[in-house]
Design a protein around this ligand. Structure first.
Ligand SMILES: C[S@@+](CC[C@H](N)C(=O)[O-])C[C@H]1O[C@@H](n2cnc3c(N)ncnc32)[C@H](O)[C@@H]1O
Length: 283
């Protein structure tokens, strides 16, 4: 079987439940992973024959994709902010919107020149936010909290493979009365999907990604924002910044909540798709 034959097989098995551009993208990711070639190399080698092992491995990947398993869990890695991260069912798969949040933090000014900037990431998952910030803001001291010991194991390995130093802490933030020290920046992408939104979600997310990372009760959807907002108001330094990724449907409510708690400047920002997606609040 050639690379082109395999691409046709991919299209045949996935069309119907996956968009054509997405099929093409998944196929490239699978081929890159198995053949160790770049997209350009693959495009230039379309008539290249696959060996038996490559064919078998690619077929297994295709079978799992047909079962709606996310490609990132199948191959075990994903790219975020130019770095490679291990992911598994204990960690949420980092999203492009979250890269925009990291970019906002990095460009928010107090960052780059300020040496020894203290940063805390709450609900770190794979560690994507904490590790990208530690990698980009070289002199920063970054800590990261998660309730899941399994996620923290993966995050620690990601810090090692990306050659950064991050302090990981296992903690339930909803049961935390006070943070251990004061920070210049606190960031969180907490669970924010309401149970009522489950019906809008794709099967590959719903059936594979960790519930604890995603969902909040319909009757208290801002529970994490309230708790983290209050903790941050206590433990951010003066003029320190709190960054949140937010539920696109709850932008106005989340802004009001932070203003009512006592943050002086609260800015709401849209993601690339024009959806209310992130907030910066200054103490
Ligand atoms: C939406 S995910 C974000 C993961 C990662 N920061 C990212 O952006 O891809 C939320 C994370 O919060 C963690 N989490 C859920 N409840 C928590 C709690 N009570 N205390 C601390 N972390 C919690 C989950 O384990 C999960 O890793």
């Amino acid at each position: 079987m050639t690379i082109d034959d395999f691409r046709a097989l991919f299209r045949k098995h996935l069309s119907g439940h996956t968009e054509p551009e997405e099929i093409e993208n998944l196929c490239f990711i699978a081929l890159q992973h198995v053949l160790g070639m770049s997209r350009v190399e693959i495009s230039l080698s379309r008539k290249q024959m696959l060996n038996n092992l490559q064919e078998k491995t690619l077929s297994k990947i295709l079978d799992r994709l047909v079962q709606s398993e996310p490609i990132q869990y199948i191959i075990g890695t994903t790219e975020f902010y130019g770095l490679e991260f291990q992911v598994n069912p204990a960690t949420l798969i980092p999203r492009p919107e979250t890269e925009e949040l990291v970019e906002w933090i990095v460009t928010s000014g107090i960052g780059i020149q300020n040496s020894g900037l203290k940063i805390l990431d709450i609900g770190t998952g794979s560690g994507c936010i904490a590790i990208s910030l530690a990698h980009t803001i070289k002199s920063s001291q970054v800590s990261a909290i998660d309730i899941s010991s399994e996620a923290l194991k993966t995050a620690s390995q990601n810090a090692v493979s990306n050659q950064v130093d991050v302090t990981f802490i296992e903690k339930d933030i909803l049961q935390t009365e006070k943070l251990d020290t004061s920070y210049d920046i606190i960031v969180s992408n907490p669970p924010y999907v309401r149970d009522l939104e489950k019906k809008e979600m794709r099967a590959n997310v719903l059936n594979n990604e960790p519930e604890k990372a995603l969902f909040v009760p319909d009757d208290d959807p801002l529970v994490f924002y309230k708790k983290i907002g209050n903790l941050a108001l206590e433990d951010l330094k003066n003029n320190g910044m709190l960054f949140f990724e937010i539920n696109e449907y709850l932008g106005a409510e989340t802004v009001s909540l932070l203003k009512n708690i006592g943050f002086k400047e609260v800015a709401l920002r849209q993601d690339l798709f024009g959806k209310d997606r992130m907030i910066r609040a200054i103490k």
